[in-house]
Design a protein around this ligand. Structure first.
Ligand code: C5P
Length: 240
């Protein structure tokens, strides 16, 4: 349920953090910066430590190129990988076809990125998209579903809308999550540069399956304790 974002610029720090957390308590996300510097070797090391890896490379290219990238990711054995839904139906279908042999055995999942949270209406409009971010999220999430992919990355503010409009199994992965403790105290990261945050419990209540959390865990003095506190906060809220 929790995915720790390993936003480090070198493999040493990423592995040191991984050694401080329990693979049963969290999956890990490897993004563009860390993967560009550390590559598949780091992914394999994390997997050997028992972690499920979400390779957050947000592929976006012509269908043939994205299909090749997805086969490469799946052959690494990663748990999940993502593509930009705005690559269009042909690209999403090619992604689905490329990953099919791995999906059917419960292998690598592929999810779509809808609208980056850095894109507001003005930014979208500048790229020629005459829709609100929420409308565009729904349009892209529908394309992802139609192409048979496993789900989407979206803001916790949009997850409710997606749950209301898309039936069936559909994974939702949400960044922009901050534990209550880190919002009320200076320890553990505050909201950092995240503008519109939700607490873990609210994000789960809205329908989020996986919470991507970075700095509140990675910058904590004791990362496992920070993770335990988030799980505790989740249980306490869902049981009350
Ligand atoms: O440290 P923090 O919890 O803010 O990290 C959130 C992670 O989720 C980062 O890896 C960031 O790049 C990613 N992310 C995000 N907002 C998005 C998409 C991804 O914060 N809309």
């Amino acid at each position: 349920m929790i995915i720790t974002a390993l936003d480090f610029n070198n493999p040493k720090d990423a592995l040191a953090l991984a050694d401080k957390i329990d693979p049963q308590a969290s999956r890990v996300k490897v993004g563009k910066e860390l993967f560009t510097i550390a590559g598949p070797a780091l992914v394999e090391q994390l997997q050997r430590k028992g972690f499920d890896v979400f390779l957050d490379l947000k592929f976006h290219d012509i269908p043939n190129t994205v299909a090749g990238a997805l086969k490469a990711a799946a052959s690494l054995g990663v748990w999940m990988v993502n593509v930009h839904a705005s690559g269009g139906p042909a690209m999403l279908s090619a992604a689905r076809a490329a990953i099919a042999p791995f999906m059917d055995t419960g292998g690598t999942r592929v999810i779509g990125v809808t609208v980056l949270t850095s894109m507001d209406e003005e930014q979208l409009s500048a790229t020629g998209v005459a829709a609100t971010p929420a409308q565009q999220v729904m349009r892209l999430a529908s394309l992802v579903k139609q192409a048979g992919l496993d789900g989407v990355v979206c803001s916790p503010k949009e997850v409710g809308l997606i749950r209301q409009n898309i039936d069936g199994p559909f994974i939702t992965v949400t960044p922009g999550v901050r534990p209550i403790a880190s919002l009320v105290s200076s320890a553990g990261g505050q909201a950092d540069d995240q503008r519109r945050v939700m607490t873990p419990a609210d994000a789960v209540a809205a329908g989020s399956d996986y919470l991507v959390i970075g700095r509140p865990i990675t910058q904590a003095v004791d990362p496992q304790q920070a993770l335990d506190a988030i799980v505790h906060e989740l249980h306490a809220t869902t049981e009350s």
